[in-house]
Write a protein that binds this ligand. Sequence first.
Ligand SMILES: C[S@@+](CC[C@H](N)C(=O)[O-])C[C@H]1O[C@@H](n2cnc3c(N)ncnc32)[C@H](O)[C@@H]1O
Length: 262
Amino acid sequence: MKIIDNNKINLSVLKNSIVQPEIFEKGTDKFWDDEYISEQMLNFHLNPDIEAASKTKDTIDAEASFIIKSTNMKGGKKVLDLGCGPGLYVREFAKTGAMVTGVDISERSINYANENIKPEYKNTLFIKKNYLNISFNNSFDIATLIFYDFCALSTNEQMILLSKIHGALRDNGILILDVVSENKETSISTNVSVCEGGFWSPKPYIEILNTYLYEEPKTEGLQYTIIDEDGVTKVIRIYHRLFKLTEITKMLNKNGFKIESL
Ligand SMILES: C[S@@+](CC[C@H](N)C(=O)[O-])C[C@H]1O[C@@H](n2cnc3c(N)ncnc32)[C@H](O)[C@@H]1O
């Protein structure tokens, strides 16, 4: 998509890039599995002090130990970590002796995990795959989906994923996931910045960030419009579905899950 036509700014392309999209409308470009962006993302994952692509190291350690304890994870158990990123939780789970499978769409993250985690923890397996397409059958005791990944999906995708996870778990299997609460502070805003090169591209670009809110279902939408010096324009959209406990409970129940604890 180009915003400059015959040396003129094409205002309708610009307008279409920044208006509020339909809820869960996809962007024009890749995000997690883009060659350049995934490199920036991996740096965020591996920075122990910032909560960006992964939570901070202290939080990961605390959450992993909570998950291990509350699921009685140990040797002999089979664990599935969906959206595993570079495997920061997989590594902690693997220390228990459990067989841990990580699935992620980002080739860069899976390569990192295979090169840096797999050699030390032979009881791990990393698979590059869209988790909406998994087809495991009664294979796992425990499944995890961590860092609000669930909330980035459309309602339809959420239902597909829950049904896939239910199919992947053995009877009495356990799913642990985190979701964004309806109480998250949100606002409608627009911010424009000019970067010499940064998160979205190594070359100079303009970033227009529009934040939108949707009521049904309650969802925050972040829309990044990135315009480079030649007018090439990409739109990246990220959603955070904001859940009431009753809503996530209903969705889980519909897919055969019973809530053990919140
Ligand atoms: C917010 S990060 C969290 C990573 C990891 N769970 C952690 O907390 O360190 C989300 C991860 O989900 C992956 N992801 C996003 N959509 C996916 C999909 N459809 N299938 C598989 N992985 C996906 C991304 O590549 C990214 O690694």
